[in-house]
Design a protein around this ligand. Structure first.
Ligand SMILES: Nc1ncnc2c1ncn2[C@@H]1O[C@H](COP(=O)(O)OP(=O)(O)OP(=O)(O)O)[C@@H](O)[C@H]1O
Length: 683
């Protein structure tokens, strides 16, 4: 029996015996806990664990759920339970069913590679692309937005480039742009297919298309799955709905979500979708959870107040099962170093005197970039930490150099990887590399080997290319050995290329790469799984977002996370950084009420992570500037001066500043005439 304790509503959801269920509930009400309970219940009642698929937004939360289920079930009976992100799941399906999806020999490419390929496509379509004033990255954004929202190109252009405007002038501009974009995007798609690449969206589409169109495919999968459990349903976008839709007839869906925590509209998610669940999914029901078990009432009062200020009605008022506690604190700081020192000192005091662990602290920020000064202070004061969100481990330049060699051996048509591999070698520039590439691609993949490469590339360069190639090709079936031998060959050149920060920053990544490689049996799996879901822990320690390996020596560490990567996290003490004007809401969103409301939900997610202490920082400079601008007779319209904490009732929070209690001194109630005299006697 499971170790977890559930309330009646949770038990009802866990034991649900209808077909499909949506559990719609507020922050901290136990949605994730209920998924854990549901999976354990199903396994204990005879569902084979491999027939249950858990889908989450990050690999980290997938592993956490799976580990919790395993911990609650005795023996090894839950070992085969699988939890993954949508992308990684689709990738697994493609690998598990090579015939069904026909895509097993493809290489998955990341955002950088996509951009490289789009640039090539723009180059190939020069005749028309030359007329455009639109960057390749923007074209990728349009393409991806249209696919994820499943709208047409016209609408994608309208939303992304014209803020949704629908008038004659806009329509004319769109009509001019659309056919040119069509040519460029088709060229991009052609290049992808030629070189056997799949981008992230393709993974979902390949699986979704097949399952929606092909009854036999649905039959095959219905033998593989009995239940799909989906976390964070409010953030699924139309492409993910498209993927899930056929599962209505394949197995049973159990979805949990909270409309007030929807923060992914830039990926096409629309929280209103969860409201139409019962219309979209036949034989489905909705259940709710009401009690918040995470936070004390004061933390929820502030969170509730924030949502109540929204024009959107969420019908949410969280009540703390745990009762009252400490009031949230707003700390007004004069700059980021003062903020960082305040946080570090508080952590060290609590750690030393109050018996807390480092893992009791969670620090939330809009961006990882903002936390750099904080990280510097943590390093100086020796506070162990890890970061969530930000650039992925396998996307760092020095790692991509090494992966490029693995990639061409895995897929000899991978031109992006060939170019990176060839130009990595000192003395080979883009032009020479593309000439060699033409020769390489003119022979059959079977003829490509170290000898061949040396024969077409003269001199020392050819020898180096051969050495790299053979380090991997000789270890094709042992990924760890391939990485190890290849790194041995490349080490000197890598150190030279990245001389500036090789010792301090980059060198230490390679033992991690080797350890990571150990978990994969084929090059293809390693490359793809790796780029889909890994993340880097800064501060000298690297971690992979999943629980596959953790290389940090400190199991006990503070987490510094972006709010977007903090879904599902919780901690005893939570710092929410820089809740200042122009940051909440971000100045980019001003003027667009939908974006402002999404920003509000971002802050709501951040506030509701705290269990006992919620500490919010903001800068006095930004407050003063904001006050000056709103007091000014030239103040623009109300929306532009929006700041979420503008009318915050005083009783909801306590305010302080690191230099002492922040409290305005009390002034006389009426203004006196100035009393100024000479200050001396003229005699
Ligand atoms: N019945 C319960 N008894 C005791 N504690 C509970 C119960 N249900 C949930 N909790 C605790 O409440 C906290 C929040 O639970 P959980 O993370 O599952 O909520 P959630 O709805 O997924 O939250 P969010 O959407 O905000 O991430 C956890 O610490 C969990 O252990």
């Amino acid at each position: 029996m499971s170790l977890e304790v559930y309330n009646e509503e949770q038990k009802e959801a866990i034991n649900f015996d209808g077909k499909h269920l949506l559990l719609l509930a507020g922050a901290g009400t136990g949605k994730t806990k209920t998924i854990v309970g549901r999976a354990a219940y199903l396994i204990e009642n005879g569902t084979p664990p491999e027939k249950i698929q858990i889908l989450t937004f990050t690999k980290r939360s997938a592993s956490e759920i799976v580990e919790r289920v395993k911990a609650g079930i005795s023996g090894r009976s839950a070992q085969a339970l699988n939890g993954s992100t949508f992308h990684s799941w689709c990738n697994q399906l493609i690998t598990l069913f090579p015939n069904l999806f026909g895509a097993s020999s493809y290489t998955v490419i990341d955002a950088d590679d996509q951009l490289g390929l789009m640039k090539m496509a723009c180059g190939n379509a020069k005749a028309v692309y030359g007329k455009l004033r639109i960057k390749p990255q923007k074209i990728l954004d349009l393409f991806s937005f249209a696919r994820n929202t499943r709208t047409n190109l016209t609408e994608a252009i309208r939303v992304l480039l014209h803020k949704g405007k629908d008038d004659e002038e806009t329509n004319e501009e769109i009509e001019e742009l659309r056919p040119i974009l069509e040519i460029v995007i088709k060229e991009f798609q052609k290049l992808k297919i030629q070189q056997k690449y799949l981008d992230y969206d393709d993974l979902l589409l390949v699986v979704g298309n097949r399952l929606n169109k092909d009854e036999n495919a649905r039959r095959i999968l219905s033998n593989a799955y009995d239940y799909i459990l989906v976390d964070e349903m409010q953030d699924t976008n139309p492409l993910q709905w498209f993927l899930l839709a056929p599962f209505e007839n394949i197995c049973k869906l159990f979805c949990v979500g909270d409309d007030a925590q929807s923060i992914y509209s830039f990926r096409g998610a629309d929280f209103k979708n969860v409201h139409s669940f019962t219309d979209r999914v036949r034989n489905s029901e909705i259940k709710k959870l009401n009690k918040n078990y995470r936070s004390t009432q004061e933390i929820l009062d502030l969170s509730n107040w924030l949502l109540e200020q929204s024009p959107i009605v969420y019908n949410k008022k969280l009540n703390a099962h745990r009762g009252p506690g400490k009031k949230p604190t707003i700390v007004n700081v004069s700059n980021q170093f003062e903020e960082a020192n305040y946080i570090a000192d508080k952590i060290l005091t609590d750690f030393g005197e109050n018996g807390k662990s480092f893992s009791d602290f969670l620090i939330l920020s809009r961006s990882q970039y903002y936390t750099k000064p904080l990280q510097a202070v943590f390093l100086q004061k020796k506070i162990p930490y890890e970061t969530y969100g930000g650039r992925k481990f396998l996307e760092a330049a020095h790692i991509k150099d090494v992966l490029a060699v693995l990639r061409v051996i895995n897929n000899p048509l991978d031109q992006i990887a060939w170019m990176r591999y060839l130009t990595f070698v000192h003395g080979i520039g883009e032009v020479r590399a593309s000439n060699y590439l033409r020769e390489i691609l003119s022979v059959g993949p079977d003829q490509i080997n170290g000898e061949f490469l040396e024969s077409i590339i003269p001199g020392l360069e050819g020898q180096t290319i051969k050495k790299y190639y053979e380090a991997v090709s000789e270890n094709k079936h042992n990924v760890k050995a391939a990485v190890k031998d290849l790194y041995k060959e490349m080490e000197l050149d890598l150190a030279l290329k990245y001389a500036k920060d090789w010792q301090e920053k980059r060198k230490g990544d390679f033992p991690v790469l080797e350890m990571l490689a150990e978990h994969y049996s084929t090059l293809g799996e390693f490359i793809t799984e790796g780029i889909l879901d890994n993340s880097v822990g800064l501060g000298g320690n690297h971690l992979l977002e999943g629980s596959k390996i953790q290389t940090t020596q400190h199991q006990d560490h503070v987490i510094i996370s972006t709010v977007h990567s903090a879904k599902g996290l919780e901690a005893d003490v939570c710092f929410v950084l820089n809740v200042s004007p122009k940051t909440y809401p971000s100045s980019y969103s001003l003027g667009n009420s939908e974006e402002i409301e999404e920003e509000r939900r971002v802050l709501y997610v951040a506030l509701t992570r705290a269990k006992n202490e919620l500490i919010i920082t903001r800068t006095t400079d930004s407050l003063n500037a904001y006050k000056a601008s709103t007091d000014s007779p030239f103040a623009s319209n109300e929306e532009e001066s929006a700041y979420f904490f503008e009318n915050l009732p005083e009783e909801l929070v306590k305010q302080e500043s690191p230099l002492g209690q922040f409290k305005k001194p009390i002034d006389a109630t009426s203004r006196n005439e100035i009393d100024l005299d000479f200050g001396f006697d003229f005699s």
